[in-house]
Design a binder for this molecule. Structure first.
Ligand SMILES: NC(=O)c1ccc[n+]([C@@H]2O[C@H](COP(=O)([O-])OP(=O)(O)OC[C@H]3O[C@@H](n4cnc5c(N)ncnc54)[C@H](OP(=O)(O)O)[C@@H]3O)[C@@H](O)[C@H]2O)c1
Length: 430
């Protein structure tokens, strides 16, 4: 069979990793793909930068990646530049318009334009593949599109951001506070100089919106994801979680409910015995629930040159083999929007940490506010007394609707004895 010709737009962590993988593993890949795979063109901003990989002189260099997608003599364009719009979008659109297959690692692009790009690719009869966009080296896209295709999926849950998982894990292991651990993660290169995409939950929300589309056959709907990051998780919360038998994780949760699809990203307490609770450091994990398969769990490295290149290479090999699966598992025209469930309708347990003035009667006032909203207490921790100061009062609350919980919290924050905004973390029984 003819060699499959690849053009790579972007030669950073992922692009250079891919070039190395395709060269190091060329023989086994050719066997598996049934043909050789050759990089024929590349594009990046700085032609003279040392990228740690050998790029043969025969490979065409393009300063303009969009032009490369348009003009290079290739079958597949790999977009690994990044960003939801601009040059990355242009590269993908040009490649599709020219009838070339596209492989991308770009979750931001897919979260914002996934459905439209899938339609365009289908119209042109080309693949739009993006295994690397979610959970790096874990083949969760393939699992949902292929291995689990016989199931009705009810829920997908994941630790989708390695930076957040690293920070939360280090906070637990060291007892240090968020800001301190974030600073260290930046110094070590685990967190970006501007970490907001990661720590405010946006990156995880991009990935979740892609998983939701695959799980439920809906157009990607990033705007409906409820997003909270990890900035407010304190060392105290982590310590109390431990005492109560939980771990704190930033989870993305997509669930089919009676009132529509719930999509949310926020810190969660998960029972210490739940498999996902032990996924630590930069690792990612995804749990999928299907009506015949039951629960299946996937774990692995969510980022880095090797895992991400591995995912991109898998997509390229699929294309080389002639495997064609619709981008989001069903034909783009069949993607059907369903209503979005408001987070106010979430029913579940909650952790609440209050900072209260240590005087008689405070507990009764808090209990009354909870009772008035029909919220009942499951466990309570009130550490040592300190009459002159404020003290923490920690509770877990039985399953209740989020709207009732919010009303109870509003009442509690208005109490004179409550000196800080109550900290609430949802408890997920996984
Ligand atoms: N890094 C990961 O672990 C990881 C994991 C999963 C998904 N992803 C996704 O993969 C994509 C790439 O990430 P990355 O970490 O590899 O990024 P990166 O290291 O910052 O590399 C980006 C590359 O794009 C090139 N580039 C930027 N603007 C360009 C332009 N106008 N024309 C041509 N090339 C341009 C850069 O060129 P220069 O090198 O010359 O500056 C660089 O080579 C993103 O969508 C990211 O979200 C990354």
């Amino acid at each position: 069979m003819k060699t499959l010709k690849i053009a790579v737009a972007g030669l950073g962590t992922v692009g250079a990793g891919l070039v190395k993988l395709l060269s190091d593993n060329a023989e086994i890949i050719a066997l598996r793909a049934g043909r050789r795979i050759e990089v024929v063109a590349v594009s990046a901003r700085d032609r003279n930068r040392d990228r740690g990989v050998a790029i043969p002189a025969s490979v065409a260099w393009y300063d303009d990646a969009a032009k490369m997608a348009d003009e290079a003599q290739c079958d597949v364009v790999v977009e690994v530049i990044g960003g939801s719009d601009g040059i990355a979008r242009q590269v993908v659109e040009n490649a599709i318009a020219k009838g070339r297959h596209v492989v991308t690692a770009n979750k931001a692009l897919l979260a914002h334009h996934g459905a439209a790009l899938a339609r365009a690719a289908e119209d042109k009869g080309v693949s739009l593949a993006f295994e690397a966009a979610v959970a790096g080296g874990i083949p969760i896209i393939k699992a949902l599109k292929e291995g689990l295709a016989g199931n009705v999926i009810s829920q997908v849950t994941g630790i989708l951001n390695g930076t957040c998982n690293y920070i939360l894990t280090t906070m637990r292991e060291s007892g240090r506070d968020f800001a301190d651990v974030l600073g260290e993660a930046q110094a070590l290169g685990y967190a970006e100089a501007d970490p907001s995409f990661d720590i405010d939950g946006i990156d995880a929300a991009h990935k979740l919106s892609i998983l939701t589309s695959l799980a439920f056959g809906t157009p990607v709907d990033f705007a409906s994801v409820h997003v909270e990051g990890i900035r407010h998780v304190s060392a105290d919360d982590i310590r109390f979680a431990d005492l109560l038998g939980y771990r704190i994780k930033l989870l993305g949760i997509a669930r089919m409910t009676d009132h529509g699809i719930e999509q949310r990203v926020h810190p969660c307490m998960v029972p210490v015995k739940a498999p996902i609770a032990t996924v630590d450091g930069v690792f990612n994990a995804v749990v999928a629930e299907g009506n015949f398969v039951g629960r299946s769990i996937y774990e692995g490295r969510g980022a880095g040159a090797g895992p991400t290149a591995s995912a991109v290479a898998g997509d390229i090999i699929d294309i080389a083999r002639g495997c064609r699966v619709p981008a989001f598992g069903v034909p783009a025209a069949a993607l059907k929007a369903q209503g979005a469930a408001s987070i106010d309708r979430r029913v579940g347990a909650y952790y609440m940490r209050l900072s209260v003035v240590d005087r008689p009667g405070v507990l009764a006032e808090v209990a009354a506010a909870l009772r008035d909203e029909g919220v009942s207490v499951e466990q309570m921790i009130q550490p040592a007394r300190s009459p002159a100061d404020s003290v923490p009062m920690v509770m877990t609350l039985h399953d209740t609707e989020e709207a009732a919980m919010n009303r109870a919290v509003a009442r509690i924050s208005a109490l004179d004895a409550v000196v800080e905004q109550p900290r609430i973390i949802r408890i997920e029984a996984l």
